[in-house]
Design a protein around this ligand. Sequence first.
Ligand SMILES: Nc1ncnc2c1ncn2[C@@H]1O[C@H](COP(=O)(O)OP(=O)(O)OP(=O)(O)O)[C@@H](O)[C@H]1O
Ligand SMILES: [Mg+2]
Length: 689
Amino acid sequence: MEAPTASAVHLSEWQETSFAVTSGTCPPEQKADGYRAKVLRIQYAWANSEISQACAASLFRKYAEKYSAIIDSGNAETGLNNYAENILTLAKCQQSDSDKWQSALTTDNVFELECVRERMRAGKIFQSSQMAPADARVRADKGVSAPAAPALPKLHVFGSTGETELTAASAKCASQGPDLLGHPSSSKSIQSSLPPVTRTSDTLPAASASLSKQVLPGFQATPLFGSKEATNSSSLKMPGNCYDGQNSSLFGQSAVPAWSANSGKRKAFYSLADEGSTAVPSLAPCQASISTETNGFSGQRNRNEESSGPGFKTAKEQLWMDQQKKSQNQRAPVSSYGGVKKSLGAGRSRGPFGKFVPPVPKQDGSENGGAQCKPHVGESTDPLLPVDERLKNIEPKMVELIMHEIMDHGPPVSWDDIAGVEFAKATIKEIVVWPMLRPDIFTGLRGPPKGILLFGPPGTGKTLIGKCIACQSGATFFSISASSLTSKWVGEGEKMVRALFAVARCQQPAVIFIDEIDSLLSQRGEGEHESSRRIKTEFLVQLDGATTSSEDRILVVGATNRPQEIDEAARRRLVKRLYIPLPEGSARKQIVTRLMAKEHCSLNEEEIKLIVQKTDGFSGADMTQLCREASLGPIRSLQSMDIATITPEQVRPISFLDFESALRTVRPSVSPKDLELYETWNQTFGCSR
Ligand SMILES: Nc1ncnc2c1ncn2[C@@H]1O[C@H](COP(=O)(O)OP(=O)(O)OP(=O)(O)O)[C@@H](O)[C@H]1O
Ligand SMILES: [Mg+2]
């Protein structure tokens, strides 16, 4: 039996594809596949001179439009574009790499270039029978463009990165292509945001490469691929003359011999996707662009699966693959930690001092004769860190992050700033400050505990105590909010914990303060998320190491207002569990006195006493809020007219009346029932006398 000819095979394939795309039962991906196959067929036929240029262009447009309609459609039943958001997000990441690139081409300078003029003159001579463009423009930001004109001469542009050749008709594509496609927005956005088609020179057929060299000297050397330029260039040459039917191909008729031109067409067909946006005939860039748009047809596929793609990769599959790749690369410092700064320090803190402020120089001494604040180690130790043996398995970026974001740089807090809680303060001084100061005395059995838990109702000063320890202990202080570890660092949390302890070991003596420790060390349960379980396990391991090692001078201080939720294993390791209760009368008085001392206030001793009486059950944070509210009283009593003109001295002092009215709006935030829970837990597990 006689073997069927190539064209017979293609004809039957064409019929099959036609059946697929016209049948009502085909899923959209199969239809897209079918249209794409048709586009390839057209190119093949054109490359083999089986159909005319005009015919190819017209057919191409028809099927490219249908193809785009499926790819771009957001309808889940008929289209594939329900992933646009993700794709665009991915693409943005890709694009950022090329942000640094700046084109040397500007409207002003490019036509001044002698080489440009020379080429334009050459173009005019070369196509003397045709009209030269009156107004060709070069845009630095969008590549090169020119107004639409029939059969315009070639324009060679020499940028700083090399020589680029394009036809004016191609330039027309840049400005008109999306319109011609009939899908301007989607086509344009996807095209500009998707990662450009990559190409390696060894994948190019030799003839094609040489042909490209002939026609486009220097073009191959331009760093177009993998950068914004490539995308721009791709858009620049994309649809253009494949639609107008008047091919003014880059492969000018006289510039390339006949055999070469034909082979050029074929090469363009075979390597169109790989060629991307470079020297390919008119249809090829269109295809390259489609490859780019769909992101589901890699250049490799185009070469290997010219006969439509039985293994059509849906956008979702492609996205999934990309994400897998990305997650593999996630450990790369730049993507993981280099770009966006993530703050881990006490992110959920409440109250006016809830957030650590950016680095400020700390006090040299302390009011209570406590330890001198250790000078901040950021600058001094940064260069030393990478050489430390203990950090050799830790990613440098993580170390840097810990040094700069977790290590405390907050304003100084003294023991006097914390009202009441005398027992807790005394205990902390005993187990934190003194041993840090005199490690030679606190040895053996006197060795300090390595884990402390501060627990109590919200707003009682636990975080404040943490900050005070930071300043007074003289230790390197790391402050981290557990919730940020579990929420922000999903997947990286346990590495972060490991890095944190490793850095702390290098920075001894060190205090690691973990606010909201309950969210990190809550009871392990069935429905627990895998990542938080891993963080917890890692944390317990590290805590064990830090708390059992006699050499390490690392103290872990946890703070929580939900002590009952803490895992028993963690509880055991946090040996000193200190109850931070609601402030007593004397403490409330201290808070009011300290805060009012800074204000213009007319309160006398009696009135303060009354305020203290009326605020039974208020937490420290509630007291602060009450004072804030009262301090607004004098302003509220002003007429709105006065506020624009009155001087600060003319504002009347804060009076007892202001407190009385503030007490009508500020209520205690801790209920007696909650208090009972804390009391019970304290009696069971607490260390208070
Ligand atoms: N004992 C206190 N002395 C002085 N001010 C206090 C005291 N307790 C609380 N405050 C005030 O309340 C604010 C909030 O306190 P802090 O953040 O330390 O509470 P917390 O116990 O950590 O609360 P939470 O359990 O909700 O995290 C402090 O910034 C401070 O202004
Ligand atoms: Mg707190």
